[in-house]
Write a protein that binds this ligand. Structure first.
Ligand code: NAD
Length: 508
C-alpha cells in the first residue's frame, strides 16, 4: 500500500456508513502545515446534512445490533486485532501529526502514536473487567424480589475533538465507545482532520467493524458540530475543547437531556518546593510547559517557585528554555514546533505583551522564533516572572509556550493561590517529601496531580477536570462507564395477590 504521507495536496473524503463521501454542499477546506503554511490537503466542509447522514448511519448500525449484541469478549478481540493493524501504520501517522498538528516528529513518534494505539488496546482489555450484570442483595420490602443492575451500551455517541492531539484524543472517545458496544460519529478539528480519517481508513481495511459503527465527518464547529449535539438520534456527546465552546455544548445538549462529557481548558499550577530535586524540577517544569509548544490542556503554565530556591531554579530554567531548538516539526532535531495557526500565534504574542503591561518581567523569549524564514507559526519559549496573581497571564489559558512564574513561601498561601482559578484540570508538586506532597496534592482542586512528574496520563487512570475544566472522566474504568447506561431490573417472586398489601394503598 502506498504511503499516506505524500508531498502533493491530497483530497480527503468523509467516512460515512462505510463510504468515502464529499460534503453534501460540495465545499472543501484546506489543511495547512503550520511549520510551512503550505496546503497539505483538502477535506470536505461538512454541514448539518452530513452530520445527519452520519448520525443516521450510526443509529441504523446500533439498532441492527450487529456490534452491540456481540459478547464483550468478541468485541474486545476484534479491537485487539484492529489495534495490531493500527500499530503497523504508526510511522505514517506520526508524520501526519507533525505535518498538520505541528507535533514534533519525536513527540508524535514516541508519545502520540504509541499511546493512541495503546489506549485503543487497553480500553478493549479493561472493558473485559466491567460487569454487564450486577446482582443486588435480595430485597424483602414489601416482599421478596430478585433485583439486578443491567449495564447497556448508550447508543449513538458523537465525539468532538480539538486540534492539539488529533489522534490521541480521538482514541479517548473511539475506544471506549466501541468497547462498550456503541456506534459513533467523530468530528476532528478542521485544523487537523487527516490522522483520524486515516485511522478510519485503516479500520475500514480490516473489515472487522460492521458498517456504520464508525463514521468521521469533517468541517467547522458551527452547523456540523452543533448538529452532532442537538440531533434527537444522538444519545451521548463527548466533547474536548475550549471552556467557551464547552459551555455552548452543554447549553445545546440541555433541551434533549443528552449524556454529555466535556473535557475543557486549564491553567494548571506547578508548585516547586524548597526541597525539590532541582535537576528534575527544572527539566520537569520545562517539559510540563513547553511540550507541544504549551498546547496541552493540562500543561503547568502557572509556576510557583519557593523563595529559598528561586534564584538557582530560575537561572537554570531560563538558560535551558532559551536554548530550546524551535523549528519545523518534521525535523528530528526540533524540540519545539509551531503553534497551530496564525490566529493562535497572534493571540499568544498579544498575551505576552499584555502580561508585561500588567507588570510581569520577560526573562526569555517573547517573540517570533526563527523557523524557516518568515513562514510558520513559531513562538519562542517564553518565561515571565514577577507575575501578579490577578493578572491575565496568571488566570487565562494562553495555549502556547508561555510560562508565568510567581514566588511563594507559605504552603497554605500557595495552595490557596493555586486553587484560585476557574480551572481545575491538573496540578503538580516538586518535592523530596513525598508525604508532604501527597497532603498538598489532596488540597489541590484538580482532576489530576503529578508529584515530581508531568503529563503522565495513563489509559488506566481517569482524566478530567474539576470546576470549569470539565465534567465527567475519560480513560480507565471511569471512562468506560461513561459510555453505558445502567438499568435496574426488578423480578417479582410470584407473590400472590393477597400478600401484596401495598397495592391496597390504591385498590383497597
Ligand atoms: P475548540 O473549542 O475551539 O474546538 C474543539 C472542537 O469543537 C473542534 O472540533 C471544533 O471544530 C468544535 N467546535 C467549535 N465550535 C463548536 C460548536 N459550536 N459546536 C460543536 N462543535 C464545535 O478547541 P481547540 O482550539 O480545538 O482546542 C484547544 C482547547 O481544547 C483548549 O482550551 C484546551 O485546553 C482544550 N483541551 C482540553 C482537553 C481536556 O482533556 N480537558 C484536551 C485537549 C484540549
Amino acid at each position: 500500500m502506498a504511503t499516506i504521507v505524500r508531498p502533493e495536496v491530497v483530497t480527503y473524503h468523509q467516512y460515512i456508513d462505510g463510504q468515502w463521501t464529499d460534503s453534501d454542499a460540495g465545499g472543501t477546506f484546506d489543511v495547512i502545515n503550520p511549520s510551512t503554511e503550505e496546503v497539505v490537503a483538502t477535506a470536505p466542509a461538512g454541514g448539518r446534512a452530513d452530520a445527519q447522514r452520519a448520525i443516521a448511519a450510526a443509529r441504523r448500525s446500533f439498532d441492527d445490533g450487529e456490534w452491540r449484541n456481540q459478547t464483550q469478549l468478541q468485541r474486545s478481540q476484534t479491537m485487539f486485532a484492529i489495534a495490531r493493524h493500527l500499530q503497523d501504520r504508526g510511522d505514517d501517522w506520526a508524520m501526519l501529526e507533525a505535518r498538520t498538528a505541528g507535533a514534533t516528529i519525536r513527540k508524535a513518534s514516541v508519545v502520540d502514536v504509541p499511546l493512541a494505539v495503546e489506549t485503543f488496546r487497553s480500553m478493549a482489555e479493561q472493558a473485559l473487567q466491567i460487569p454487564w450484570y450486577e446482582p443486588l442483595p435480595w430485597i424483602d420490602i414489601p416482599h421478596v424480589s430478585w433485583n439486578f443492575v443491567q449495564r447497556e451500551a448508550i447508543g449513538v455517541c458523537t465525539g468532538i475533538v480539538p486540534f492539539n492531539f488529533p489522534l490521541m484524543i480521538a482514541m479517548w472517545k473511539l475506544a471506549p465507545a466501541l468497547a462498550m458496544g456503541n456506534s459513533i460519529v467523530l468530528k476532528p478539528s478542521p485544523f487537523t482532520p487527516l490522522t483520524l480519517l486515516e485511522v478510519a481508513r485503516a479500520i475500514d481495511e480490516t473489515g472487522l467493524l460492521p458498517r456504520g459503527v464508525l463514521n468521521v465527518v469533517t468541517g467547522p464547529g458551527d452547523d456540523l458540530g452543533e448538529e452532532l449535539v442537538v440531533n434527537d438520534d444522538v444519545d451521548k456527546v463527548a466533547f474536548t475543547g475550549s471552556t467557551a465552546v464547552g459551555r455552548r455544548i452543554l447549553a445545546l445538549a440541555a433541551p434533549t437531556i443528552k449524556r454529555v462529557t466535556v473535557e475543557l481548558g486549564g491553567k494548571s499550577a506547578n508548585i516547586v518546593c524548597a526541597d525539590a530535586d532541582l535537576d528534575v524540577a527544572v527539566d520537569g517544569t520545562l517539559f510540563g510547559t513547553f511540550f507541544h509548544q504549551g498546547q496541552a490542556c493540562e500543561s503547568g503554565h502557572r509556576v510557583y517557585v519557593h523563595d529559598d530556591i528561586y534564584d538557582a531554579f530560575m537561572e537554570r530554567l531560563v538558560a535551558t528554555a532559551a536554548a530550546l531548538r524551535v523549528g519545523d516539526a518534521t525535523d528530528y532535531d526540533t524540540q519545539v514546533g509551531p503553534v497551530i495557526s496564525r490566529r493562535q500565534y497572534d493571540s499568544i504574542l498579544a498575551a505576552i505583551d499584555r502580561a508585561q503591561a500588567e507588570g510581569a518581567t520577560l526573562l526569555c523569549g517573547g517573540g517570533r522564533a526563527g523557523g524557516a524564514g518568515d513562514k510558520g507559526f513559531f513562538v519562542q519559549p517564553t518565561v515571565l516572572a514577577d507575575v501578579r496573581p490577578e493578572s491575565h497571564i496568571a488566570t487565562d489559558e494562553v495555549f502556547g509556550p508561555v510560562l508565568a512564574v510567581q514566588r511563594w513561601s507559605d504552603p497554605g498561601d500557595v495552595v490557596r493561590r493555586a486553587n484560585r482559578s476557574i480551572y481545575g484540570l491538573a496540578g503538580g508538586i516538586w518535592s523530596r517529601d513525598t508525604r508532604g506532597a501527597i497532603e498538598m496534592a489532596k488540597r489541590l482542586r484538580t482532576g489530576t496531580v503529578w508529584i515530581n512528574d508531568w503529563h503522565l496520563l495513563n489509559a488506566l487512570a481517569p482524566f478530567g477536570g474539576y470546576k470549569q475544566s470539565g465534567s465527567g472522566r475519560e480513560l480507565g474504568a471511569y471512562g468506560l462507564r461513561e459510555y453505558t447506561e445502567v438499568k435496574h431490573i426488578h423480578v417479582d417472586q410470584n407473590v400472590p395477590r393477597e400478600d401484596r398489601h401495598f397495592y391496597d394503598v390504591l385498590l383497597g
